[in-house]
Design a protein around this ligand. Structure first.
Ligand code: SF4
Length: 93
């Protein structure tokens, strides 16, 4: 439904006919780490995230996965080699 509280006019999954269904009944303001992100919305002199209702939660366990102002480190998964299969492959040659 369309938000009728803080992000008035924006489609939101938490909005219901009875009001905002998010904890506390409204979105929470952004945190320090969000500064510079392209998803920040300024509403009535306060800043909110356009994606998440609780930005602090996105930074609690690491970097926000949707942030536009940081680069996420992509860890290259080392390919596991099964020694038995590798041995069989080597014997075929
Ligand atoms: S997308 Fe992440 S970094 Fe950007 S404003 Fe929202 S919570 Fe903050």
């Amino acid at each position: 439904m369309i938000c009728q509280t803080i992000k008035n006019g924006i489609e939101c999954g938490f909005m219901t006919k009875k009001g905002c269904g998010f904890i506390g009944g409204a979105c929470k303001a952004i945190v320090e780490q969000c500064d510079g992100c392209g998803k920040v919305l300024e509403v009535a002199e306060a800043k909110y995230c356009g994606v998440y209702p609780d930005p602090a939660g996105k930074w609690r366990t690491g970097k926000c996965p949707t942030a536009t102002h940081i680069k996420l480190e992509v860890k290259e998964a080392a390919q596991k080699i099964n020694p038995l299969k590798a041995s069989k492959r080597a014997n075929k040659k």
